[in-house]
Design a protein around this ligand. Structure first.
Ligand SMILES: NC(=O)C1=CN([C@@H]2O[C@H](COP(=O)(O)OP(=O)(O)OC[C@H]3O[C@@H](n4cnc5c(N)ncnc54)[C@H](OP(=O)(O)O)[C@@H]3O)[C@@H](O)[C@H]2O)C=CC1
Ligand SMILES: O=C(CO)COP(=O)(O)O
Length: 355
């Protein structure tokens, strides 16, 4: 596909491609909008007939993106087979809990060598699988990749300047996604560390919840910086132990996404943490949100995994105790502050092993 595409910023009209976006939530809508504005034909699949009909007739996805008009050739559909069969590239924005089921149920609809990109930032409960691993298991004939970065959907649909990362082993996959999505408000950087980019996107949701909690408790700016930086240390320690490249965490998918979700109430994970910090029960906070906050599931899985492989993750443990063990927030903070004072950057000065 990339051979046919024109370099950016040329006068020549860019070729129109058929693409599919699976998932009619906030992020699926944001990516469909970018692709539509870039002149591509977007087969936009969602499971709700009423939602598809609404978008077809009003050009607005009122539940997930109220007031945002979807211009360009965006064709909402509830026929996944039809969307996938027409597409050169498929983007998947389905929450992690439903990701495998949707792909598996439709695995025979994908073509050999078709490019399939995960937009989902989560981990599967059984087996600690990332979405790219699920794609490889369910549709091994396809070429796969992952898009992740500081990408609040609500800003992208307003054409606010944004950058993201496409991670794929295959250079043609990377180039194709850059060509399809890149435009004057959306820049797509490339990485080959698929596992690191994907894990960064999933892990940062946990620290966004922590940051929301700290914000509700008015802990101050120093505390915010401490939490973001120690969150970065903790998530990179964990990811590196699983084979990710530590340098990936210096990039947009790591530190970039951590900054945006830990400092903005536009992040759903941040908002869940904020609500809990204000005394709301977790279930009520999630119900009120009405959208997915992947971090609450990722937290459980990462705590379990970290314990199983012996990785020190005090923020994960502390947040878990608050959300799931009814621990007092004050007691958890006190225990974190009074734990052993250790190395700042452990890739320079190794930690003293004392949990
Ligand atoms: N929003 C954002 O800013 C960003 C989100 N992401 C990631 O994208 C993924 C999707 O998030 P987002 O779009 O924001 O989530 P939303 O909560 O906004 O929407 C979820 C979407 O998934 C659909 N869905 C849920 N269960 C199923 C199922 N079993 N089968 C088919 N469709 C289903 C919902 O359909 P229905 O309405 O019918 O329930 C809805 O369209 C998440 O992993 C998130 O972390 C990544 C970057 C940015
Ligand atoms: O991943 C995101 C921005 O990069 C979206 O974060 P939330 O899911 O917390 O809204």
């Amino acid at each position: 596909m990339s051979e046919q595409s024109t370099p950016r910023n040329t006068e020549a009209a860019a070729p129109v491609h058929d693409v599919a976006v699976l998932g009619g939530g906030s992020f699926g809508t944001a990516m469909a909008k970018v692709l539509g504005e870039n002149g591509h034909r977007v087969h936009f699949w969602m499971r709700g007939k009423a939602q598809a009909e609404e978008i077809r007739s009003t050009r607005i996805n009122s539940r997930y993106m109220p007031g945002i008009e979807l211009t360009g050739d965006i064709q909402p559909t509830t026929d996944l087979a039809d969307a996938v069969s027409k597409a050169e590239i498929v983007f998947v924005a389905i929450p992690s809990k439903a990701f495998r089921a949707v792909i598996r149920e439709n695995s025979d609809k994908f073509r050999d060598e078709q490019i399939v990109i995960s937009l989902t930032k989560g981990i599967e409960e059984h087996g600690f699988k990332l979405m790219s691993e699920i794609l490889q298991e369910e549709i091994p004939r396809c070429r796969t990749g992952v898009l992740s970065g500081p990408n609040l959907a609500g800003e992208i649909v307003n054409r606010d300047l944004t950058a993201t990362v496409i991670a794929a082993k295959d250079p043609d996959v990377r180039r194709s996604v850059q060509d399809l999505l890149g435009c004057e408000y959306f820049r797509v950087y490339a990485n080959v560390d698929v596992y690191g980019v994907e894990l960064a996107g999933a892990l940062k949701n946990i620290y966004a919840i922590v940051a929301g909690l700290a914000s509700a408790l008015e802990m101050g700016e120093n505390a915010k910086a401490m939490l973001i930086t120690r969150g970065l240390a903790e998530m990179s320690r964990f990811a590196v132990s699983l084979g990710a490249n530590p340098m990936t965490f210096m990039g947009l998918a790591g530190v970039g996404d951590l900054i945006v979700t830990c400092t903005s109430s536009k992040s759903r994970n941040f908002r869940v943490g904020y609500a809990v910090g204000q005394g709301q029960k977790l279930d009520d906070a999630v119900a009120e949100l009405g959208q997915v906050a992947e971090g609450i599931y990722t937290l459980k899985l990462v705590k379990q995994k970290a314990e199983a492989i012996g990785i020190y993750m005090p923020l994960v443990r502390g947040l878990y105790e608050i959300l799931y063990d009814n621990a007092s927030i004050k007691a958890v903070i006190n225990s974190l502050m009074m734990s052993v004072q250790n190395s700042d950057v452990e890739f320079i000065l190794p930690r003293t092993i004392s949990q």
